[in-house]
Design a binder for this molecule. Structure first.
Ligand code: NAP
Length: 253
């Protein structure tokens, strides 16, 4: 039952505007009237939704975006961001011996997901984050925001930043079904690295397939999707779902 409800949450969660142009304030006011206790919010609403919410969690404020809304009994809308939590829980579950403090992290991408990744890596004690993005100014924006622990690497040099990295994260949409191929050279990747990809379609991305082939521990992006849903689900329904193999199996069916 708990898995079924979580699955429904995932499937029915995006703040759906579809092809219908609706005012965001209207879109946010309607679900509580229909009895919804909350929704997940996805691209392109994640940033704008903060300006409409009545209350914003600290982590949503730091990340400048929200992925979870809680419709409170007093009528107030509470916005939270659980992407960083989901990212970290997924890595801790998928690679239990991984230690973010043990060495540099290399992150590809500088969009909303990368912001959550960087913020949570810094919180976890990672002291060097090499960051590369096709549009360099976005990566530089994150460096300004998060400080000197973040070092920006030119996109054409992205392969070099994998050298010596113990945590490697694809936070770009490269490798996703229907998106551009991951063309970053992976020769410098060492098998001691823990490699994770936020992309979960396909489940085994080209990055993860290569990393696995040279002996790296890999963690796919589906776990992050499941883990990020846990705090919202608990607030909405008063139940904390387990993210385990059974749940993965149900979602993958
Ligand atoms: P976003 O804000 O739109 O950022 C997209 C990122 O991908 C940017 O860094 C962008 O670079 C890069 N990119 C896109 N096309 C590219 C190309 N052809 N070459 C090089 N870089 C390219 O999206 P986001 O929210 O950060 O999400 C990024 C990915 O993470 C998506 O695939 C999303 O589905 C996934 N995600 C997964 C989870 C999960 O739970 N597993 C959670 C959140 C996001 P530019 O800045 O140069 O455009």
């Amino acid at each position: 039952m708990k898995h079924f409800v979580l699955l429904l949450t995932l499937l029915a969660s995006p703040l759906y505007a579809g092809d219908i142009m609706v005012d965001d304030a209207f879109a946010i006011a309607t679900p509580p009237k229909l009895g919804f206790v909350g929704v997940n919010v996805t691209i392109p609403h994640k940033e704008h939704i903060l300006s409409i919410a009545d209350l914003v969690s600290d982590r949503a404020a730091v990340m400048g975006s929200a992925n979870t809304l809680i419709f409170r009994a007093d009528g107030k809308v509470h916005a939270d961001n659980t992407d960083g939590y989901g990212f970290m829980q997924n890595l801790r579950q998928g690679a239990p011996d991984w230690d973010p403090k043990a060495g540099p992290a290399a992150v590809m991408g500088a969009g909303g997901a990368a912001r959550a990744v960087i913020s949570s890596l810094i919180d976890a004690g990672c002291s060097e984050i090499r960051l590369s993005n096709r549009t360099k100014s976005r990566a530089e924006g994150l460096r300004q925001e998060f400080g000197t622990k973040v070092e920006v690497v030119d996109w054409v040099q992205a392969g070099n930043m994998l050298d010596g990295a113990i945590t490697v994260v694809n936070a770009s949409s490269l490798g996703m079904t229907g998106a551009s191929e991951m063309r970053v050279p992976l020769d410098a990747l060492h098998r001691s690295a823990v490699v994770t990809d936020l992309v979960y379609t396909p489940l085994e991305t080209p990055l993860l397939a290569h990393a696995k082939s040279i002996g790296c521990q890999t963690v796919d992006g589906l776990g992050m999707l499941l883990h990020q849903a846990v705090p919202g689900f608990e607030r909405w329904f008063g139940l904390r779902p387990d993210v385990d193999d059974d749940l993965r199996e149900v979602v993958l069916r």
